[in-house]
Each structure stands twice: as structure tokens, then as C-alpha cells.
Design a binder for this molecule. Sequence first.
Ligand code: NDP
Length: 402
Amino acid sequence: MAKILCVLYPDPQAGYPPKYIRDLQPSLKGPYAEELLSLPEKIRPSEAVVKHENEIYEAFLKEQKNQLLGCVSGKLGLEKWCKDNGHELIVVSDKDGKDSDFDKYLPEADVFITQPFWPAYLTKERIQKAKNLKIAITAGIGSDHVDLKAAAEAGISVVEATGSNSISVAEHIVMMALSLVRNYLPAHALARNGVWNIADCVSRSYDLANMRFGAVGSGRIGYAVLKRMKAFGCELHYTQRHRLPEAVEKELGLTFHKTPEEMAPHMDIISAHIPLYPQTRNLFNEAFFAKVNHGTYFINCARGELVDMDALKKAQEEGKIAAYAGDVWFPQPAPADHPWRTMPFNGMTPHMSGTSLSAQARYISITHEMLKNFLAGKPIPEDYYIVKGDQLSGTGAQSYKL
Ligand code: NDP
């Protein structure tokens, strides 16, 4: 019997279960699976993995239907399975501060599961107290809420649902690019407020077509974003440490730049899709913003700490940044007085892009698979590993540095 500690986001304010606006969940078959299989070779899952994920996803949907499972009462859909199999499931949302429920239950947990949307920060100090902990599962993508070095030193495995919600995030980024450039949110606010002043709506509104779009990181999310931006007639650019194969660059008409600073002056819109690790923390700092064009749009749905909060605020005040959008902050939840909440012309959302109901079904079905395999002593696919034994492994070896 294992003790499984889940730290999840709180229930809807109006109570659980919510009323659903749709009965059906779209299938993962067809275009979604095809898109995964058309990724550049370095990050493309094998056909066998995609087929297997399709099977577990379809089976999961039959059992769990279209449900909000990412919050406390949803319990990641694990309640019945844990009960049937004799495991103790502890679900909490209180995670910060010295006397949090997270701190109370962590020392006895064998398995810890959290989500990047409501990250329970597994620091070195907490790892030292988690004497029974064997595995930290990220139900989603991005395991920077875990001190990976301390986890490796303690022999705690870290795994995540690689690739599960990248298209969900890509869609959110495209929505943000459109809404910033076309001035959608301020125009919508005028409409709600009973105003009909077209000049106010359009004095900051442009077309996306022909704009120069620069992706910082063209991995699973970045590549999906670039593909979608091509359909809007944007001129596409990207930067990352390793150049994509020539055929991929040709297919999308991509221009490569060696660094974000080198790319910045040539862009109208810049969007970040890279992991957070010590070398990328505050990558978007004063020196970077000094290079961007006057009136550049900036989007970040990767991690809040990639951006120097004050440098961004200053760049926006100076007019370098026309508008900013994203769904990632630090810490999470962001304090009520976080400047990005009230910065003019911001299109921020709470961290939600990767946890749409569609995304939940995908990352939670993979989470179940990882958990069940782990408890049964069966192997977990290498792609899902971040830390294995005392070192980075799988996706972790590609994405992070200790
Ligand atoms: P991938 O690993 O598929 O892609 C990451 C890309 O970043 C790679 O192409 C990599 O290329 C590039 N990269 C890494 N380090 C650097 C660097 N120092 N400079 C420039 N490029 C770099 O990850 P995903 O696309 O799946 O996810 C990216 C991040 O998005 C995650 O780590 C997570 O933090 C965040 N995320 C956010 C979600 C949300 O809900 N908002 C949901 C899912 C993910 P190279 O190695 O060649 O540099």
C-alpha cells in the first residue's frame, strides 16, 4: 500500500461539480496524433508511443467522461482506483507557508503529484523531510517546481506527461497573439461598458498578416505555434541552441537566429517556449528588452521566472513593449498586487493554457499510466523521465541542467 499525496488547485468558487457546457470530449485520434508524429525528429514520439497514448486516452475518456479532474474534488480521477487497490490518497491544495497541508503530509508520502498550474514547490528543505518519497509526478509539463538537483541527490525520480498539453498551450499563444495585435481585450471592455467609440478600439489595432513572429524555443510547443502562425501569413523566425533540420526550416519558411538578442530587433511579436532552469532564469532582462523594436508584442506561456518582472514593466512604460500576455507567473498563485495583473495593455490569464478539459484528459491519463506502472514495478517510458536515479534522464536530459 502506498501513500499518494496530490497537491491540486482548489475547486470552482461556485462549487464542485460544475455544470459542463458540452457533453463530448474531442477524440485524440486523427489530427492531434498526426501532429505529434510530424514533429521534428529530436522530439518526435515513436508511432508505438502515440498509439499507446491514444489507447489509454480513449479508455480514460470512456471511464471518466468529460470532467474537471485537476481540482481538489476531481482528485485527478484517482479516488476509485486507489480505493480498489488499497492505496491511501491524500488530496490538498494548501501548499505555501510553514504549516501548510503539503508540509504536513509530505513526510509520510511515497508518491507526490502536483501540477504546474498550482505548483507545490518541492524545495531542497522539503526533500530532506520527505524520507519516504520515491517519485514526484508532474501532472502536466515543466518540472521546475522541483529542486531537481536535490531530488537526484536523494534518489527521487521525477517524471512528467511529456507532450500531453503542448497543442493546448500553442492554441492559447495564438489566441494571445491575435488578441494583443488586434486590441481585442480593450475593445471588448468598451463594448461591455456600453461604449461605441470605434476610434478608441482601432487606434492600437493591426493585422497579424505580414508581421514578423519570433519563437524563442521551437520544441513541442514552439513548433506547434510556428505551424499555426504560418496560416496567418506571418514571417516566421526562431532561435534555440540547436538549429532545426534544413527540411523543417524550409517547410515553414523559418529564419534562424543564434540568440534571442540577435533575433529581437527584427521582430514584431516575440513568444517564449523554453524550459526554466538556472541558465534561463531572467533570460528576458533589461539587456534583452533594450534590443527589441519600439512597439513589440511579447508573449510568455512558458515560465514566469524567464522574465525579469521589473525590466518588463519598464520596457512597457518606455513603449518598447506594446502589450504583454502570458499565463505564467512567479510565484503561483501570483499575489493580488503583482504588477503584471494591472500593467496597461496586458492580456494575462492565470496559469490555465495547459489544463483545458481537453488537456486534462490527456495529461491525467498519462499520469495514471506513470503512477500505475511505478507502483507495479513496471518501466515508465523514458520520454516521461526528468530525473532517474541520481541524474537527469529522458526529456530531463534534453531540457534541464542541474
Ligand atoms: P520542449 O523540450 O519540447 O522544447 C523546449 C525548446 O526550448 C527546445 O526546442 C530547446 O531547444 C529550447 N531551449 C532550451 N533551452 C534553451 C535556451 N537556453 N535558449 C534557447 N532555446 C532553448 O518543451 P515544450 O515545448 O514541451 O515546453 C516548453 C516549456 O513550456 C516547458 O518547459 C514548460 O516550462 C512550459 N509549459 C507551459 C505550459 C502551460 O500550461 N503554460 C504547459 C506545458 C509546458 P535547444 O535544446 O536546441 O535549445
